[in-house]
Design a protein. Structure first.
Length: 180
């Protein structure tokens, strides 16, 4: 009977070693998960901060920051920041809608989005717009388009009465587009 107990003890020892290995692996993965979560949070905060900064960059604000003459894309611009030079690199601004303003003031992709929404017979979602503006129906493209749609809503170009469903803006006569 001794060999049966020896076999059980050997199996128990092997199982104990396997449990210890898995616990060590779990501790390592938990550490990696924690680092990945921290990185994700930093990236989320950075994205939100950049979105806020870009949202504040109206043409008037850019003119005030770089002087009366607007430089062309990529031209060095003198900054109010300690005389340092900076380059304006592809900042796309979506101005707040005002009476008499046409979509021609918008970058082409925003004009395309407005056209698709206006042509839709019913309220439309981002995932329906993406293929109609010539983009592949991939998650990243849909999320990017959704972001543009939200920006157009914020600036009074579109309405979003139901979350995620967009319609042409009903122009308000007694309130500005931003006084929701």
């Amino acid at each position: 009977m001794g060999s049966l107990f020896e076999e059980l003890e050997a199996r128990e020892a092997a199982a104990r070693v396997r449990v210890e290995e898995l616990e060590a692996e779990l501790a390592e993965l938990s550490g990696q998960l924690s680092l990945a979560r921290e990185s994700l949070e930093r990236l989320r905060i950075a994205r939100e901060t950049v979105a806020e900064v870009l949202a504040d960059l109206t043409p008037e604000r850019l003119a005030a920051d770089v002087g009366a003459d607007q430089p062309t894309l990529g031209e060095p611009a003198v900054s109010a920041y300690a005389g340092a030079e900076r380059r304006i690199i592809g900042v796309l601004t979506v101005p707040n809608w005002q009476p008499g303003m046409g979509s021609d003031v918008l970058p082409q992709v925003y004009r395309d989005i407005l056209e698709v929404v206006a042509d839709a017979p019913v309220p439309i979602r981002a995932k329906q717009i993406v293929p109609r503006i010539g983009l592949p129906a991939e998650t990243g493209k849909i999320e990017g388009t959704r972001s543009k749609l939200k920006r157009l809503v914020e600036r009074g170009w579109l309405d979003e009465d139901t979350p995620g469903i967009f319609t042409p803006a009903r122009r308000r006569t007694t309130e500005s587009p931003n006084s929701h």
